[in-house]
Design a protein around this ligand. Structure first.
Ligand code: KIV
Ligand code: ZN
Length: 388
């Protein structure tokens, strides 16, 4: 039986944290609606204690969204937790997500406490959140740099206090997949009450490992993945959800897991997040970049035209892109030229493909990218040398 992977989107919380200016309530709601349409299980809508605007945004989202569960972040501080609960109190079901630094560095230099005090604060925070909801997530901030003994100790205590999801974030994107997988496996093996909670992972991309780390954690038994659309987030960003969702889809059989995400909505949601946040998507970005489904070299274009599976593991229309693109450059071959001429309604008898190809090569060497209308003009020319 395939197991479901829960998707928690934190575009509006961890993603927003990285923006130069915060989003308006309308913009946040628009993104939340798009995440709901996409089938995201949890929308982490904000950190309500941080500002009245954030509180209002979480409240508005929580009052509007019906098909995804809303989650709010809170430190292990009574006021944070009470305000988080208040921001969602008109919903029947909601999640409070409390967090506390657990690495030696965070404990000693940021929080200036002993680890025993940290455990006490974490337990108190979880218990307070439990007054408001059954659904409490606890995050061991900087888990990637926390000793396994301390990690297991605190996890055991917060589960006993009522946490139902345990998040093991690689807050500073420090681990590599084999290392992160080992942490998850050790937690599963060494925490005696771990079966009472869902293990969640939350990776940052400082070493470009966020997607790899998330997938390796899933192989080790994590059942919730946190991330953002387009991978926006602090520093190098969070796990790009579109990447893990597609990796899970493509490797469904190998991993024996699935998500409830409608992948055909990915492109639309990605565009909404990009334009709202003013963060453009790199051309070669996996899944959502403009170049992700275009083919440039002659060999690839010929292969795709014969059978798209030769060079496409995902079809663009599956994730909501309109069409595949064959870029016409001097690397293209006759197959792409014929493809565009066919598209424009020309039969092979109407023009000489070899001659057209020669003229095309001359033009593309001069101007770089050639378009279909260039081909049309070139096909009418007898002596290209005079005109190009
Ligand atoms: O990166 C992190 O550790 C976080 C936590 C608050 C979950 O964003
Ligand atoms: Zn984070």
């Amino acid at each position: 039986m395939k197991e479901k992977i829960i998707i928690l989107d934190t575009t509006l919380r961890d993603g927003e944290q990285s923006l130069r200016s915060s989003m308006s309530i309308e913009e946040k709601l628009n993104i939340a609606l798009s995440l709901e349409d996409m089938g995201v299980d949890f929308i982490e809508a904000g950190f309500p204690v941080s500002s009245p605007g954030d509180f209002k945004a979480v409240q508005t989202i929580s009052n509007t969204i019906k098909n995804s569960r809303i989650c709010s972040l809170a430190r292990c501080i009574d006021k944070d937790i009470d305000i988080a609960a208040e921001s969602m109190n008109r919903s029947k079901y909601f999640r409070i997500h409390v967090f506390l630094g657990t690495s030696n560095l965070h404990v000693t230099s940021k929080l200036q406490k002993t680890f025993t005090q940290i455990i006490e604060m974490a337990v108190k925070g979880v218990k307070r959140a439990k007054r408001y909801t059954d659904d409490v997530e606890f995050s061991c901030e900087d888990a990637g740099r926390t000793s396994i003994q301390n990690l297991c100790r605190i996890i055991e205590s917060v589960i006993d206090a009522g946490a139902t999801t345990i998040n093991i974030p690689d807050t500073v994107g420090y681990t590599i997949p084999s290392e992160y997988k080992k942490i998850i496996l050790q937690v599963r093996n060494e925490v005696h009450n771990i079966d009472k909670a869902v293990i969640s992972v939350h990776c940052h991309d400082d070493l470009g490992m966020a997607t790899g780390n998330s997938i390796s954690a899933l192989e080790a038994g994590a059942r919730q993945i946190e991330g953002t659309i387009n991978g926006i987030g602090e520093r190098a960003g969070n796990t790009a959800l579109e990447e893990v969702i597609l990796a899970i889809k493509i490797k469904e059989k190998l991993l024996n897991v699935y998500t409830s995400i409608k992948i055909s909505n990915i492109c639309n949601t990605s565009k909404i997040v990009s334009s709202t946040c003013g963060i453009s998507i790199p051309e070669n970005k996996a899944i959502i970049g403009n170049n992700a489904f275009s083919h440039s070299s002659g060999i690839h274009q010929d292969g795709v035209l014969k059978n798209r599976k030769n060079y496409e593991i995902i079809f663009p229309e599956d994730v909501g892109f309109k069409t595949k693109q064959l870029h016409l450059t001097s690397r293209s071959g006759r197959a792409a030229i014929k493809f565009y001429m066919d598209k424009m309604g020309y039969k092979e008898v109407d023009y000489n493909l070899n001659l057209l190809y020669k003229k095309f090569l001359k033009l593309s060497d001069k101007i770089g990218q050639v378009f279909d209308y260039h081909l049309e003009i070139l096909s009418f020319l007898d002596n290209q040398d005079k005109l190009i």
